[in-house]
Ligand binder design. Structure first.
Ligand SMILES: Nc1ncnc2c1ncn2[C@@H]1O[C@H](COP(=O)(O)OP(=O)(O)OP(=O)(O)O)[C@@H](O)[C@H]1O
Length: 237
């Protein structure tokens, strides 16, 4: 579980998130929705150690990790997949998967790559392709596969279905469910495809202007008037 307590954070002097209190439950999918610019991506970045934290705590396994740099978060088995630049574009799919396992003992890497290829069989035929030649969906499969190789326990995904067709988005949502159900991953998802994302989630938060406007089970959020008003105003909902 990740517990966020009274978090105030931003970039340098520019505060973006205000008094955020949230719980990311183990082995569940928690989705953050909200208008453009409301601070959803900043929330993921803050949890990974990429923002300036003014006050507050991020508690993971009983310890405050708010001042721990990103490379150490990887060792804590927290993975963050940004919207772009989530793979090494000049390397092949196979090389990307191998590199993802760099913190693991060598004999474990092969085993973890096999597990990743079981969940993402789509990658099997393109192992020797350079990542820069992949489609958006294939790239997303690779980025998620790399998190599986790393044996991540917490997976933070920033808009994994952005720019994808509805059919591919649905496949990605299916993979996210697989990662929770087959591997017990704790997933924190930021999505523009808000309604569909909440439908596959356990818990939800809606951010508005850097503050939590709604929170509860994903079902509670989906059925709340505030969410309905917001979702009527955006595409894909
Ligand atoms: N590196 C940065 N430096 C300064 N300001 C930033 C930086 N990244 C984001 N911001 C600002 O922080 C605010 C929140 O942005 P953020 O990307 O977290 O919102 P979001 O809810 O994820 O939006 P979207 O749905 O459009 O991705 C915006 O005003 C944005 O301009």
């Amino acid at each position: 579980m990740i517990k966020v307590v009274n978090l105030n954070t931003g970039y340098g002097k520019l505060q973006i998130l205000f008094d955020i209190n949230a719980i990311i439950e183990d082995k569940k999918i928690t989705t953050v929705v909200g208008p453009n610019g409301s601070g959803k991506s900043t929330f993921l970045k803050a949890l990974f150690g990429l923002t300036t934290i003014y006050t507050g705590e991020i508690i993971f396994k009983g310890k405050d990790i708010s001042n721990i740099p990103p490379y150490k978060k990887v060792k804590l088995r927290i993975a963050y997949l940004p919207q772009i630049d989530n793979v090494f574009s000049q390397l092949t799919v196979n090389e990307n998967l191998k590199i993802a396992g760099y913190i693991l003992p060598k004999d474990k890497v092969r085993e973890r790559i096999d597990i990743a290829l079981d969940v993402f069989p789509e990658l099997k035929d393109i192992l020797n392709r350079k990542a820069e030649t992949l489609s958006g969906g294939q790239r997303q499969f690779l980025a998620m596969g790399m998190a599986l190789v790393r044996d991540a326990e917490v997976l933070m995904l920033d808009e994994p279905t952005a720019q994808l067709s509805p059919k591919l988005a649905e496949i990605i949502f299916g993979k996210i469910l697989d990662m929770r159900d087959k591997f017990g991953l704790t997933i924190l998802l930021v999505e523009q495809n808000a309604k569909r994302a909440l439908e596959i989630s356990d818990n939800g938060y809606m951010f508005v202007s850097g503050r939590i406007a709604l929170e509860g089970t994903a079902k509670d959020v989906l059925n709340h008037e505030k969410f309905k008003e917001y979702s009527l105003g955006i595409k894909n909902v």
